[in-house]
Design a protein around this ligand. Structure first.
Ligand code: DX5
Ligand code: ZN
Length: 216
């Protein structure tokens, strides 16, 4: 099965965002990945809702919104207003994760839980049947263009086993350090969705880079 590709807007040219959204629209990517940061949960700030509103309007792809913020549940209405398909929140940012998953579903979106590299997959046992997707970080969140943490591939395999044992139908997404090389190994290990920022937007032909990832 071909992986779903979710190009990360974080690596786009912020001076010409519309052009890059149109490039993704023309490409084979199914999703558009949007990283929201607060400078608290992660040591960086990306873009907020006033910038994302016109981006969401222009995008013809399903929006995959990744919140790297504390108390992400506060922004469920804003993420919903963008028309998001998936709302990803961090396990490490949600003491009441089950409630947040329910709130996202009640708002009409698909809930996803994201794990930092140091958070073990085994902690998901009691939530894996209540999520649409699990997002495993392949780098420490906050910045594009970082080196892939190799242990992530083993985590994908372990998560696939845990989900099979629990009868979970959730998707597995990986974000950070994904390129053709790491992507091939992640798909082989059981990843369904690949996020790619620099591997797409730094390529000579971003559309071609998306096609190559899609064909993994
Ligand atoms: C990092 C973000 C990623 C980032 C990935 O915190 O969550 O989505 O854009 O960038 P690459 O693909 O360059 O590692
Ligand atoms: Zn992301």
């Amino acid at each position: 099965m071909k992986p779903v590709i979710s190009p990360s807007l974080l690596s786009a040219d912020f001076g010409h965002l519309a052009d890059d959204v149109e490039m993704v629209n023309r490409s084979e990517a199914e999703w558009l990945h949007i990283d929201i940061m607060d400078g608290v949960f992660v040591p960086n700030i990306s873009f907020g809702f006033p910038v994302l509103k016109p981006v969401a309007k222009l995008s013809r792809k399903l929006l995959d919104v990744h919140l790297m913020i504390v108390q992400p549940e506060k922004f469920i209405p804003e993420v919903k207003a963008l028309g998001a398909h998936v709302m990803n929140v961090h396990y490490e940012a949600c003491p009441h994760l089950h409630r947040v998953m329910q709130q996202i579903r009640e708002a009409g979106m698909n809930p996803a839980v994201t794990l930092n590299p140091a958070t073990p997959v085994s902690l998901l046992k009691d939530i894996v049947n209540d999520v649409y997707m699990v997002l495993l970080m392949g780098v420490n969140p906050g910045f594009g263009g970082q080196k892939f943490i190799e242990h992530t591939t083993a985590k994908v395999r372990e998560l696939r086993e845990l989900m099979d044992a629990c009868g979970s139908q959730a998707l597995i997404e990986v974000d950070g350090g994904v390129n053709l090389d790491t992507g091939a190994r992640l798909v082989e290990a059981g990843a369904d969705v690949l996020v790619a920022g620099s591997a797409v937007f730094s390529a000579p032909s971003p559309e071609e880079a998306i096609r190559a990832l899609h064909n993994l």
